[in-house]
Write a protein that binds this ligand. Structure first.
Ligand SMILES: C[S@@+](CC[C@H](N)C(=O)[O-])C[C@H]1O[C@@H](n2cnc3c(N)ncnc32)[C@H](O)[C@@H]1O
Length: 236
C-alpha cells in the first residue's frame, strides 16, 4: 500500500469513528475491545447502574467515561491517594465516582458541569455512593468556577468543551504541585489530530494542547491510546 493510500484509508477510519463516536477498537476490532473488558477488574455495581441509566436517560450517552476508562481513573487515583481532585465535565458522574475510589480519607473531589438539566442524575448517584460526603458538585461554567477555587490539585481530569482545553490547562498548571497528575480525555479526537489543516476549532485546540504539553519542561507525559486517547502528564 502506498503512503498516500495508507493516509486515505487512515482518513476513512477516522471518518467512520467520527460518525459513530466510537473508539478505534470498538469500531475496527470489537473482539479486542471485548477482550480488554473481559480482562479488566469488575465494574462496581453503582457504576453499572449509572452506566445503564445514562444510556436510558441521556441523549449523548457516548460521553460517559465507561468501563475501561473508569477502571484506569480509579487505579491512577488509588496510586496517588489524592487529597484534592478536580474534574472538569461531570456529565452523569461516572468518572467522578471512579476517581473518588482513590481519594484519601480526608480528601475531596470537586467536579464542575454547566448542564443543570442533567444535574439530578449525578446528584442521585453521588448521594447513594459511599463517597457522598467527599464530593463537591459545582454547577456552573468551568472557566469561571475554577478561578474561584483556591486549591492546590493532586489530580486533575479535564473532560469538557474542547475549545477551552488550552485555557483550562493554563489555569490549572500553577495550581499543580510537583508530583500532581493531569489527565485529559479525547486527546486523539477520533483521529482528527492527524489532520494537517483542521477546520474545526476543537481539533486545532486539541493539537495545540498536545504540542504545549509535549514541549512543557514542567511536565513529563505520554498519550494513552485508550478509547479516544488520554493525556497522562505528571508535573515534575
Ligand atoms: C464528555 S462529558 C463528561 C463526561 C464525564 N467526565 C464522564 O466521565 O462521564 C462533557 C461534559 O462537560 C460539560 N461541559 C461542557 N462545557 C462546559 C463548561 N464550559 N463548563 C462546565 N461544564 C462543561 C458538558 O455539560 C458535559 O456534561
Amino acid at each position: 500500500m502506498s503512503i498516500k493510500d495508507k493516509k486515505n484509508s487512515q482518513q476513512n477510519l477516522v471518518f467512520l469513528n467520527k460518525q459513530k463516536c466510537m473508539s478505534f477498537f470498538e469500531e475496527n476490532c470489537p473482539e479486542i475491545d471485548r477482550y480488554l473488558e473481559n480482562h479488566a477488574s469488575a465494574e462496581p455495581e453503582i457504576l453499572k447502574k449509572l452506566r445503564r441509566e445514562t444510556y436510558q436517560k441521556t441523549t449523548q450517552p457516548h460521553m460517559i467515561s465507561g468501563y475501561q476508562q473508569g477502571r484506569l481513573l480509579s487505579i491512577i487515583s488509588k496510586m496517588i491517594s489524592p487529597k484534592s481532585i478536580l474534574e472538569i465535565g461531570t456529565f452523569t458522574g461516572y468518572a467522578t465516582l471512579s476517581l473518588a475510589e482513590g481519594l484519601a480519607k480526608d480528601g475531596t473531589i470537586y467536579t464542575i458541569d454547566k448542564n443543570e438539566e442533567l444535574a439530578y442524575l449525578p446528584e442521585k448517584y453521588f448521594a447513594e455512593s459511599e463517597f457522598a460526603s467527599q464530593i463537591n458538585f459545582i454547577k456552573g461554567d468551568a472557566l469561571q468556577e475554577i478561578s474561584k477555587l483556591n486549591i492546590d490539585w493532586d489530580l486533575v481530569f479535564i473532560d469538557a468543551d474542547k475549545e477551552n482545553y488550552v485555557q483550562y490547562f493554563n489555569l490549572i498548571k500553577p495550581k499543580m504541585k510537583s508530583g500532581s497528575i493531569l489527565l485529559i480525555d479525547n486527546i486523539l479526537w477520533y483521529g482528527k489530530v492527524l489532520e494537517d489543516n483542521p477546520k474545526l476549532e476543537s481539533t486545532k485546540i486539541i493539537k495545540e494542547l498536545n504540542e504545549l504539553i509535549a514541549q512543557d519542561q514542567d511536565f513529563e507525559n505520554l498519550i494513552l491510546p485508550l478509547r479516544d486517547g488520554i493525556q497522562l502528564a505528571r508535573k515534575i
